[in-house]
Design a protein around this ligand. Structure first.
Ligand code: AMP
Length: 394
């Protein structure tokens, strides 16, 4: 696989030759100028190139693939497309964007995700929808009963590729790839480009691949203000109340696991906050209800696990609180990317406790201009190198 860097950057949507119906919708959406990733990815996508774009959520990547993909479907009436994403929430969000874009275009779209009835989806899939938006697990399930569901799929989008691989979807992606026949274009979007992402790209792509790297993709956006609070674990709950009382607007509180998520969510409800919680242990119906209530402003605060760190696009998230640090540094970047989106300002507040020594070291790079506050004046990190050393024998 040969990687080329793209030098062509379109300055406007007008010069991209998008399907006319899309230009009308963009106007309605009040989207007038392409973001950096769009200005490179859309022309490359329209040329039919295989492409890898290193872009995080908030960079406008959904429209980057959506506009080129829909223009291709418009130009090739026989062609079909498949979008694979790591979570149901992301799939639903992308589905909504496509429904909005397709108001003036006759493109049938099918959502194939877990948590909803499989038989209804299977019937929709049998009708050969032009576009399938799926999670790899569910797509694979459908393919196991009918290998021909992806006939004539000529455009594939692998969104959040790194995340899909982190979540262990490599076997499903390989099986899906195996059922694809005929010429096709693959567009891969990923927040990072490690060896596993590269291996997956090799499997799906042809020899010549366009690589788009937005310089800012691996750094927080400049409209984000950050604050780090150094405190003892026992101080977290009180401090959270103080911080939330000082905020207005939407807040996502990120916790490290389902237990912590439940505990913090219940605690905030006891204190009368307009808060609810969401994690992978809840049913899809419950998850949908919380996301919808938050999106529509009925709920001000959502307490979440990293299930929501990526993809969730709710413009009115003004604050993100990292109540617990994540287990992977990239998740930190995705969490704080939930606020300060599309040019808005936002704030991220991060709690750091003495036992966070290792993870703090790994996310420090994302906290360069953060205000640092020692809530506990005696705060110091636990030196694990000493603690883990076996005691000397007498
Ligand atoms: P995404 O990176 O796809 O999650 O998009 C983040 C947000 O940016 C979404 O709310 C989009 O509607 C918005 N957006 C995408 N492209 C543009 C653009 N060219 N101008 C302004 N906002 C945009």
């Amino acid at each position: 696989m040969k990687l080329h860097t793209s030098s062509h950057k379109a300055k406007s949507f007008q010069e991209m030759n998008l399907a006319p119906a899309l230009m009308t919708v963009l106007q309605k959406m009040k989207i007038s100028k392409p973001t950096p990733v769009q200005s490179q990815a859309i022309p490359a996508g329209l040329e039919g190139s295989d492409l890898i774009a290193i872009a995080q959520t908030g960079s406008g990547k959904t429209l980057a693939f959506a506009l080129s993909l829909l223009t291709t479907l418009h130009q090739k009436p026989q062609a079909r497309a498949l979008i694979l994403v790591p979570s149901r929430e992301m799939a639903q969000q992308i589905y909504k964007v496509f429904l909005e874009l397709c108001v003036e275009m006759p493109v049938s779209v099918c959502l194939a995700i877990g948590g909803t009835t499989g038989s209804k989806q299977a019937n929709q899939l049998k009708k050969n929808p032009r576009l399938i938006i799926a999670t790899p697990g569910r797509m694979n399930d459908h393919l196991s009963t009918n290998k021909l569901l992806l006939q004539n799929v000529q455009v594939i989008v692998l969104d959040e590729a790194d995340r899909m691989l982190d979540m262990g979807f490599a076997p499903q992606l390989k099986t899906i790839q195996n059922t694809l026949r005929g010429p096709r274009q693959t567009m891969m979007f990923s927040a990072s480009f490690g060896s596993n992402v590269e291996a997956m790209a090799k499997l799906f792509m042809r020899n010549e691949v366009m690589m788009i790297r937005s310089e800012k993709a691996e750094a927080p956006v400049s409209s984000l203000k950050q604050k780090v609070l150094f405190l003892d674990r026992t101080m977290k709950n009180d401090r959270l109340l103080d911080e939330l009382n000082a905020t207005r607007g939407g807040v996502i509180v990120f916790t490290g696991n389902q237990d912590s998520c439940e505990a913090v969510g219940n605690y905030l409800q006891e204190y009368g906050f307009s808060a609810d919680l969401i994690h992978g242990g809840l049913s899809q119906g419950q998850r949908n209800r919380v996301v919808r209530a938050f999106r529509e402003g009925e709920l001000r605060i959502v307490v979440a696990t990293d299930l929501l760190a990526r993809g969730l696009d709710v413009p009115h998230v003004d604050h993100v609180v990292n109540f617990d640090l994540p287990f992977q540094p990239e998740d930190f970047l995705h969490r704080i990317g939930r606020t300060a989106r599309a040019g808005r300002s936002g704030e991220a507040i991060t709690f750091v406790t003495p036992s966070d020594t290792r993870m703090y070291g790994r996310i420090k790079g994302y906290l360069k201009d953060a205000e640092e506050i020692k809530v506990d004046p005696r705060f110091s990190f636990i030196d694990r190198s000493k603690k883990d050393r076996p005691a000397k024998r007498r």
